[in-house]
Design a protein around this ligand. Structure first.
Ligand SMILES: [Zn+2]
Ligand SMILES: [Zn+2]
Length: 244
């Protein structure tokens, strides 16, 4: 470590000790000495975990409580081209608010804290799945220009670093913009997403961990995973912050 970076780290430690950081999710002051990417206890408690009764494949909470793990109707009727969805929690409470702010405003503290939350959660749920590549769900260049920010890529970066796996930002391309999916039925969503993604370089059986911020209907994840499998991917799993 260079002298300059030693000094920089010492200075940062001093600043953290003297000036308490603010919670990147709600702005509340954190206890002195906290890391600027930590979130406060209230925000932490506001994260609602997935209910015990959820689909082991797509993580959709079951409408009725059940003690036996079983697939949801969607996955039974039409098995998805991915094998599992990892979610930090429900798309509700403090996590939903943080994701909303993350999507529409560029706040570096937010993406660090959300990325960290996702890597901690993945460490507990990945099990024997060892991805060869980490890839974000792609954003259309026009959307990227208007938003100035690709939230799935911002999440994928720290996850790839933490898992020590290459980040493949161009693995899929978004070649078609689609209207917002809310209020559309499943058939419309699927029709709109047809040909929305184009494959990048061919794959040879690699295991892919695909990252997105929220999963509502799984239509986007299904379409991305389908294109990846056609491209030659082996197993595809999905990681999101919130599952609706
Ligand atoms: Zn907070
Ligand atoms: Zn399912």
């Amino acid at each position: 470590m260079s002298l300059l970076s030693c000094l920089h780290n010492d200075l940062r430690t001093c600043v953290n000790l003297l000036l308490p950081a603010a919670c990147p999710w709600c702005g509340a002051l954190l206890t002195v000495g906290s890391d600027p990417a930590d979130i406060c206890a209230d925000c932490q408690q506001g994260i609602q975990p997935l209910p015990a009764s959820h689909c082991p494949c797509c993580a959709q909470p079951h409408a009725t409580r059940s003690n036996t793990p079983h697939h949801c109707e969607d996955c039974l009727r039409c098995p998805p081209p991915f094998s599992k969805v990892h979610a930090v929690g429900l798309h509700a409470g403090s996590l939903k608010e943080a994701v909303h702010r993350f999507k529409y405003r560029d706040n570096p503290g937010l993406n660090i804290s959300l990325g960290r939350l996702m890597t901690t959660s993945l460490a507990q749920t990945l099990g024997p799945f060892q991805p060869d590549l980490v890839a974000p769900v792609p954003l259309h260049p026009r959307r990227l220009r208007s938003r100035g920010y690709h939230q799935a890529l911002e999440l994928a970066r720290p996850i790839a670093r933490q898992l020590r796996v290459p980040l493949a930002a161009q693995l899929l391309q978004r070649v078609k913009t689609t209207p917002p999916q809310q209020g559309q039925n499943a058939a419309d969503r699927q029709r709109n997403l047809r040909d929305a993604f184009a494959p990048g370089a061919p794959l040879a059986g690699e295991q892919i961990l695909l990252i997105d911020d929220v999963m509502t209907t799984a239509t986007t994840a299904r379409e991305c995973a389908r294109v990846l499998r056609e491209q030659g991917a082996g197993n595809v799993q999905i990681a999101v912050l919130g599952r609706a």
